[in-house]
Design a binder for this molecule. Structure first.
Ligand code: FMN
Length: 210
């Protein structure tokens, strides 16, 4: 199978991954709204995390925290805090992940970045705004790794920010340093998307070489 993309270059000749991997991760992967009924095992969830955690973060801070919602009861606690258009697909997805960041990421620096833990902890200890900004930014990066890791495990995903963050934090993150950034539905592929791919911006529009 060769890769068909609207590009003037031969994409295949520039990549080190095989075509199937590139299709699974990027070219054929679509945002999902329906899934098969197949359960997602705990081993698959752990595999997704094992890949996600390897993506780079500033100071190796790794602020992403995940809450897996497997039970119907936990799902029903989440649904009222989603935009209407996101409710049914979240009820029917085999697995739902709440992605949050912790603003206490700096307290793990002795483990995650021992060579600079002292100076970083001193710098960020009294700077909650700085910790929130770093935590949110780097958790969003990790959310991207999470999406690609789930695809690498053969799942299709539906990321959503059509959520009420305050409601989700009150329900799932109360009395913690965690703040939700995104909800992601996951499962084995169901009915393929019947929506045309939306336009992706061309290289010349989105990039400049100096
Ligand atoms: C961070 C993020 C938030 C999104 N939020 C929603 C959402 O709340 N509801 C929804 O239906 N789709 C949501 N989407 C899906 C996007 O619209 C979709 O990924 C994009 O149009 C590309 O679609 P494709 O993967 O099928 O090409 C979100 C996607 C991302 C990455």
């Amino acid at each position: 199978m060769s890769i068909a993309v609207a590009t003037e270059i031969d994409l295949n000749s520039q990549l080190v991954l095989d075509n199937e991997a590139v299709s699974t991760l990027f070219l054929d992967a679509r945002t999902a709204n329906s899934w098969s009924d197949e359960e997602i095992s705990d081993e698959t969830l752990q595999a997704i995390y094992e890949l996600t955690k390897m993506g780079p973060t500033a100071f190796n801070s790794q602020p992403l925290r995940l809450t897996w919602l497997r039970s119907a009861e936990s799902r029903e606690r989440l649904v009222p805090h989603l935009m209407d258009g996101n409710k049914e697909k979240t009820r029917t997805a085999p697995m739902v992940a709440i992605l949050s960041f912790t603003n206490e990421w700096h307290s793990l620096m002795p483990t995650t970045a021992p060579h600079m833990a002292g100076s970083l902890m001193e710098m960020f200890e009294g700077d909650l705004a700085g910790r929130n900004a770093m935590g949110s930014n780097n958790a969003h990066l990790q959310a991207g790794y999470f999406i690609m890791a789930a695809r690498a495990a053969g799942l299709t995903v539906g990321p959503m920010t059509g959520i009420n963050p305050a409601g989700i934090d009150a329900e799932f993150n109360a009395d913690s340093s965690h703040s939700v950034i995104m909800v992601v539905n996951l499962g084995k592929p169901g009915v393929p998307s019947d929506r045309d791919r939306l336009h992706r911006l061309d290289f010349d529009l989105a990039t400049v070489t100096l």
